[in-house]
Design a protein around this ligand. Structure first.
Ligand SMILES: Cc1cc2nc3c(=O)[nH]c(=O)nc-3n(C[C@H](O)[C@H](O)[C@H](O)COP(=O)(O)O)c2cc1C
Length: 345
């Protein structure tokens, strides 16, 4: 997910039970023009393990070149092609969701990439441009014929952006005709909604976006349900805040403290607080932090009990944060290969 799916977050998701993670979308044109941000996303992080790298663009040759370059870096588990990004700047160039209006070009892009790499290639699409042009069943079959290993379908049209509910019926129609595995995507935020996605669509796997923000443990909750039929409760608020604190501390250890990293991190931390009865005040606290010291102070206030926000930091959090969070820190570091001097920007 653009702006969120950095190596540390991916490691936390894997630790939380995700089987595979995907990079932020890499704009092929920006990468070719040497954009710092695009190149940053493409910077190798060998320690983080297998990751699918997602690329977006509209030119088959350029897409194939970048895919081959990514393969040569030796870390990608696969190449995913974005055919869902709704942003006008992207769709105008007939890339992202713009490809839903040009299936011929979409197919040529996939064929060119499949011919250029040995890695599995997949495709992430929306159901169509709008309600009048639902193309996902056709596009999924074309992707399979082009050599894609699987397809992921977000159950919304480009016109819908993120409004309304994901259209599971159309994902089910894709599953009924597509010869390669279909991953269902849209509005999965709990074991119950995962069950609904599996039952209604018959899909082979589930991709989770927003439901993992501030809740990277969601994958494990769904996995427990799949394995045992038991639904684990959501972590309570003190636990969520503790995990946000772990995320922050890991980030401090693994990143250069650039402004961009700090603002990305704030975005993540605020997500952990979503749904809290005191959300607005908490969001302000974290949002206003301008330095590591201010963030520390914000967390001190958050760690205080909700019913008495004036109380000082809970003693057990204040006294031994490192010791308390060691198991999580160790686990996340081994997933990212963390440790000193590593840069996960
Ligand atoms: C902030 C944000 C960034 C996103 N970035 C990407 C992206 O880079 N690539 C992609 O395929 N989808 C991206 N998406 C779409 C999600 O992957 C997903 O398809 C969509 O949010 C629906 O699934 P969800 O309900 O699980 O979030 C993004 C969504 C959001 C909200």
């Amino acid at each position: 997910m653009a702006g969120y799916s950095n190596p540390l977050f991916r490691a936390l998701c894997r630790q939380g039970g995700a089987e595979l993670c995907v990079t932020e979308m890499i704009s092929v044109r920006s990468a070719l023009l040497g954009s710092r941000q695009a190149l940053e996303i493409m910077r190798p992080a060998p320690e983080e393990g297998p990751v699918i790298w997602q690329i977006a663009g509209g030119d088959p040759g350029e897409m194939a070149d970048i895919a081959a370059h990514i393969e040569s870096l030796g870390q990608a588990a696969g190449i995913d092609v974005n055919m869902g990004c709704p942003v006008p700047k992207v769709t105008r160039r007939v890339s992202g969701a713009g490809l839903l209006r040009d299936l011929d070009r979409a197919t040529r892009i996939l064929e060119a990439i499949v011919a250029a790499v040995r890695l599995p290639v997949s495709c992430k699409m929306r159901t169509g441009w709008d309600d009048e042009s639902i193309v996902a069943p056709d596009l999924a079959c074309a992707a399979a014929a082009a050599g894609c290993a699987w397809v992921t379908v977000h159950g919304r049209t480009r016109e819908q952006l993120y409004s309304g509910e994901a259209d599971l019926e159309t994902i089910g129609r894709v599953k009924a005709v597509c010869p390669v595995p279909v991953v269902g995507n849209g509005d999965v935020t709990s074991p119950e909604s995962a069950r609904r996605m599996f039952e209604v669509t018959g899909c082979d796997g589930i991709a989770i976006g927003r439901g993992a923000l501030g809740a990277p443990w969601i994958f494990g909750r769904i996995r427990t349900w799949l394995d045992t039929g038991r639904i684990e409760p959501e972590p309570d608020w003190p636990e969520r805040i503790r995990r946000a604190l772990v995320h922050w501390k890991l980030s401090l250890e693994s990143h250069d403290a650039t402004d961009r990293v700090f603002s990305v991190l704030k975005g993540h931390l605020i997500k952990y607080l979503g749904g809290h009865p005191d959300f607005e005040a908490q969001r302000r606290l974290v949002g206003q932090a301008r330095s590591n010291e201010e963030m520390e102070a914000a967390f001190q206030a958050l760690a205080a009990p909700v019913q008495d926000s004036r109380r000082a930091l809970l003693p057990e959090v204040a006294a031994t944060p490192s010791a308390q969070y060691e198991p999580l820190v160790e686990c996340a570091q081994s997933q990212c290969g963390g440790g000193e001097g590593k840069n996960f920007g």
